[in-house]
Design a binder for this molecule. Sequence first.
Ligand code: SAH
Ligand code: SF4
Length: 465
Amino acid sequence: MAPSRQLRPKPLFDEPSLRTFLFNHGVKDVHMGKIWKYMLANPTSPLDQIPSLPEKIRQPLKEEFVFCTSTLVESIKSEIDGTIKMLIRLQDGGEVEAVLIHHSGEAQHPDQAQADRCGERDTLCVSSQVGCRLGCTFCATGTMGLQGNLWAGEIQEQLIHARSMRGVQNIVFMGMGEPLENFNGVVSSIRGLADPQRFGMAPSSITVSTVGIVENMRKLMVELPKVKLALSLHAPNQALRETLLPVAQKYKIEELMEVIDDYAVANSSDGKRKGMVMVSYVLIEGVNDSDDCAMELRDLVKNRAVIVNLIPYNPFEGNVHDYHEPSAERVDAFLQILVKADIRVFERRHHGRDIGAACGQLAKLSAQPALDIENCSGKLAKERMKIGEEGSMTIKDLPQKKSVAAHPLVAALECTEAGDENDLAQAADAQQRKRWLISASVVALAAGAATLVLLRRKAARSACR
Ligand code: SAH
Ligand code: SF4
């Protein structure tokens, strides 16, 4: 059981709270859409000024709810790739991080024809819990333990904060926490994110990553069939998986494969994506990165509707396991074994690694920036969040781009992250021809690490209530 978290005032975009409020006041819940729509268009408006609301709920609504309960207290921008890591303080003092990953859409190579269709876009990686109780041995969030589940409204507020800086086309639940351990909160938040009267994202542009909570994966497939699934596998066999992920003792690999197969069947009529599940695999040197592991993984996923994402281990301070990132050659050898078996496979880019925003590095942002970023000039100042009355953010002037479907955080090939599975399929074919890209990105990272400049902006005044 997650520690309970009480919020007062409550988040306006939290549907269960608002529905209960209206019910308790004997008012039809048809008013919810009106409230959200008006407040998103007029975020600085006091809640008792929303037009055509029943008089009797005006004052109580203002007392019990607030446009935004959380505060963007800090954001750091990577000079390497434009990724922004946001530190968000919750009403009760808890802190979570969200990452805004920028895809330039520029072709990496003249051969990369599909890049022409990509365009510039941003993916928001959201947190679903404060910390995580599952303690995967390679994950920074796992070292924090679980401090509580985020409310659905708090998850949606991460998009409000992100939109104050950039348009967002895709959302991935790959931040802090295990989304399927906060099932109700996450499902309700996705309904809000996809609600035309709230944030209007396409459900297929939202991906939920899970370590494999089988019963909730199945529930999610029923409740939100269009939402995409990512499975964090990390080992090709049960015994090794259990050494890396304590939760694997409960959920066996065979059960996970069955879910993947059922997801493919359930989505088989979805022409473009054919029910593909993203399988994430963190490569840790000398632990799960051998040729034998690659061959075992190949045999496990061959003939399944999956796209394998190889993620070289990202180090973080405080890991007691002495894990290391494998060499580029090792990653390449592992990848080639899968490619030769015609398995769709990509190496996930290290977006924002210079600012500790890459996979598995999300925890305790405020503790240790990699450089003394106070000394750097602030490009982020140009992207200032607007602060309105009552500390609410003004979002009406912010750029809103068309949503596109996505399997984000996916690929070494930038275009693949545009999320069109046609591109995924083409990119898989193209991957063999573009192996140089992966080596190049590793080299670029090394070079970038030497020259990076970090920017930080303190936005302590952006509290929304
Ligand atoms: N709890 C969910 C959602 C978090 S997603 C899940 O685990 O899927 C976080 C992603 O980052 C997961 O794919 C996870 O395996 C990966 N990750 C965690 N620690 C990492 C590390 N140190 N290096 C690289 N990837 C890591
Ligand atoms: Fe939790 Fe996911 Fe990290 Fe495991 S990898 S500890 S499930 S956030």
